[in-house]
Design a protein around this ligand. Structure first.
Ligand code: AMP
Ligand code: TRP
Length: 337
């Protein structure tokens, strides 16, 4: 038996932030050691809301560079761009035709995003979770590391594979598609906004002060942390439901300083914000510095970066094409000779 297979991806919409890193990419780096890992930049998902064609390619490349800068190693992981592996679109169509509309209409993320789009909601936005299911199922993924907000989409992918494909088109001995499991890491699984401890840090928040991106220069990081929302109490603590900002900032400090929760809970139990915020800023800047340095080197060698993606595309395509073939066959299509 080979190593368990892992697949995940992030959209190339706007700069990746601490939530993406701590809730997603950081875990991917660890998984490379003992899993067969596939990581893609999900650019097809990025066009489910209105997008800027002048930015799509640039953001896709820069997101891929950030994956590598965060520690994904092309020798160990297959790193690729979703739209460059055509099987994603094809499996998505096959899955579309067996997925009940009402499963999609009740997706929380769809409802939230649809409200923001007013009367300009695309079919693609509704279909987003089916494309995501295709991403996962194409690679026979055992595990899908994602933030907590993606759990419902994972459930959907499982239901489509199990109830809508395997139950209908498989048989007792062979299932057509592998049923994946979510992998949600607790600590850092949800990084909250700097301006509101009750909503998560997000690329789409119009207020840039609400997030720290992985490419923010040190002065900007310090400024955002200085302005971050706090409360008037002295002494910092975890798990006080009335102090969500405190919990979030202390949690970030625990991870970014590498000290862990117990140590920082002790260190900061009597601290005021004036003392704490510079410590957090310093820890954040130090944690991001090596990523930013590697990112610059990667972006300076465009040919090398494109070669990594080309190699990833080939490796990904060979796995994905065979899953599409299997699914087509199970569904009864005329085979191509
Ligand atoms: P997105 O930015 O929505 O494309 O999300 C990309 C990945 O980062 C997904 O696995 C999300 O679950 C994760 N993620 C996004 N925002 C956060 C956050 N604030 N905290 C933790 N994880 C996040
Ligand atoms: N929907 C995911 C998010 O917003 C991104 C994504 C697309 C994804 N396809 C995926 C995540 C496949 C994991 C596996 O974060």
């Amino acid at each position: 038996m080979g190593l368990p297979r892992v697949l995940s991806g992030v959209q190339p919409t706007g700069a990746l932030h601490l939530g993406n890193w701590l809730g997603a990419i950081r875990n991917w780096v660890d998984l490379q050691k003992d899993h067969d890992t596939f990581f893609c930049v999900v650019d097809l998902h990025a066009i489910t809301v209105p997008h800027d064609p002048d930015r799509l390619a640039r953001d896709t490349l820069s997101t891929a560079a950030l994956y590598l800068a965060c520690g994904l190693d092309p020798e160990r992981s297959t790193v690729f761009v979703q739209s460059q592996v055509v099987a994603h679109s094809e499996l998505c169509w096959l899955l579309n035709c067996v997925t009940p509309l009402n499963w999609l209409e009740r997706m929380i993320q769809f409802k939230e995003k649809a409200v923001k789009q007013g009367d300009n909601v695309s079919v693609g936005l509704l279909d987003y979770p089916v494309l995501m299911a295709a991403d996962i199922l194409l690679y026979d993924a055992d595990l899908v590391p994602v933030g907590e907000d993606q759990k419902q989409h994972l459930e959907l992918a499982r239901d489509i594979a199990q109830q809508r494909i395997n139950a209908r088109f498989g048989n007792a001995e062979t299932s057509v598609l592998k049923v994946p499991k979510p992998l949600i890491l607790k600590e850092g699984a949800r990084v909250m906004s700097l301006t509101d401890g009750r909503s998560k840090m997000s690329k789409s928040d119009p207020n840039e002060g609400s997030r720290i991106t992985l490419l923010d220069p040190p002065e900007l990081i310090a400024k955002k942390i200085k302005r971050a929302k706090t409360d008037p109490e002295r002494g910092l603590e975890f798990d006080n439901a009335d102090r969500p900002e405190t919990d979030n900032l202390l949690g970030l400090y625990a991870i970014l300083s590498g000290k862990g929760r117990d140590a920082v809970a002790r260190e900061c139990s009597e601290m005021g914000w004036g003392q704490f915020k510079p410590l957090l800023a310093e820890a954040t800047i130090a944690a991001l510095e090596p990523i930013q340095e590697r990112y610059r080197l990667l972006m300076d060698d465009r040919a090398q970066l494109e070669m990594v993606l080309q190699q990833g595309r080939q490796r990904a395509s060979s796995v994905a094409d065979s899953t599409v073939r299997r699914t087509r066959e199970a569904m009864g299509f005329l085979g191509a000779s």
